[in-house]
Ligand binder design. Sequence first.
Ligand SMILES: [Zn+2]
Length: 440
Amino acid sequence: MSWITSNQSYGSHYKRQFEEEKKKSQSQKTEQQNNLYEKTYNILNRNDNFNKRNQNIRNNPKPNVQKPEIKSSQYPTNQYNLNPQNQYKTTTNPINEPKINIIFDPTKIITSKVGLQNLGNTCYMNSCLQILIHCPLFIYKFIESAPEFFKNGIRPTPISYRFYELLLNISNEQNTYFSPVDFKDSFTSLHQEFFGNLEHDTQEFCRFLLQDFNRELNKIENPSSYKKEIKMNNKKQMFIDYQNYCNMKENSIITDLFIGYFSYEFTCQCNNKDYNFSQFLDIPIQFPKNSTITRYKLNELIYQNFSKTESIQSNENCRSCRRKNNLRQNMKIGKLPQILILSLQRLNQYFNIKNESYVHFDEMLDMKNYVDNELGNNSLTKYKLFAITNHIGNLNTGHYYSYIKINNEWYYFTDSKVVKNNPDYDSNQVYTLFYIRLNS
Ligand SMILES: [Zn+2]
């Protein structure tokens, strides 16, 4: 997808671990296949008894596989969930019947203090899920759109379905924590690199998840039929054309809330300027290279990221001087999103090191210095912090946990445990920051 602009596709050490895990999993495959029927039945059975879900899990953690009383037409196709290779081959909506169209009170979700069980190094997943679960704007919109995507879904929606199920379970949960095992199963069946019990990057998981929601909840029926046609024009018109093109391809709660735009300016040695744009789901914040500084202010880091000029070799002849010169590239923000995610690039997979500098951040953040004023559509630039993810440990082994604001009070979420506690605003563990835009 075009809006994955950053250079951190899953890193080499994760790749290595993944290869090893994959080898191991090959030998376990036959056993897995033997369990397939049981697993399929468990999943279908759980769907069927969804309203009694919590009751069932507590009383009967493993549903009786001898008694299948399921009408197959009511359920997801057999490709659903278990066979990722076929995920996109199916042309029918896997949710044939709106099995989960219960409308429930979103305030129960966004104020919940239910932990998520660690399923084996799944803190990367839990810390991100908790932040989305407690993001009111997202939850209200997600629940609002749910009956529609269960009823008239035009494409498979396994991840949204499982997330909705998770919300429902959390809103009914009597225990202090819940096991997101069904959600994890669905997610890993779509994204095999997350299979097994390896540690993963929480921000990478977050991007994958938001991309899944965006794809599944896209209101545009045939997104690939639009061609990109952005003629050379003045910068402002080019940006309008680019946004129109993006809006014709994708329209979802994710584009409404999370997607922002970068604006790039390329200056040739002859001073001719060219422009380009891309979408982002989060802004990666790099630390200065080869620096001995160990304490930063978040504002300074953001400023450094947007003020640096990079030199790039052009692939095309300049429109003015007709040469392939080195270009100076500057990046600004073309459009700010409602929910802004800043991801500190602490993990350097190439050098296998983690930057453990302290970063000081505030609850309020103003992005006005980083917006492209020539595009003139960023009058609201002030943000308020509502969640952070921290990472403790090193590149190979560590732990993610979150701080989330609920009703103006901070809570500490670490897997199954939830405690009222304030975050450290000067931290060498802060990893991802989630801000919400203010209306004034
Ligand atoms: Zn030129």
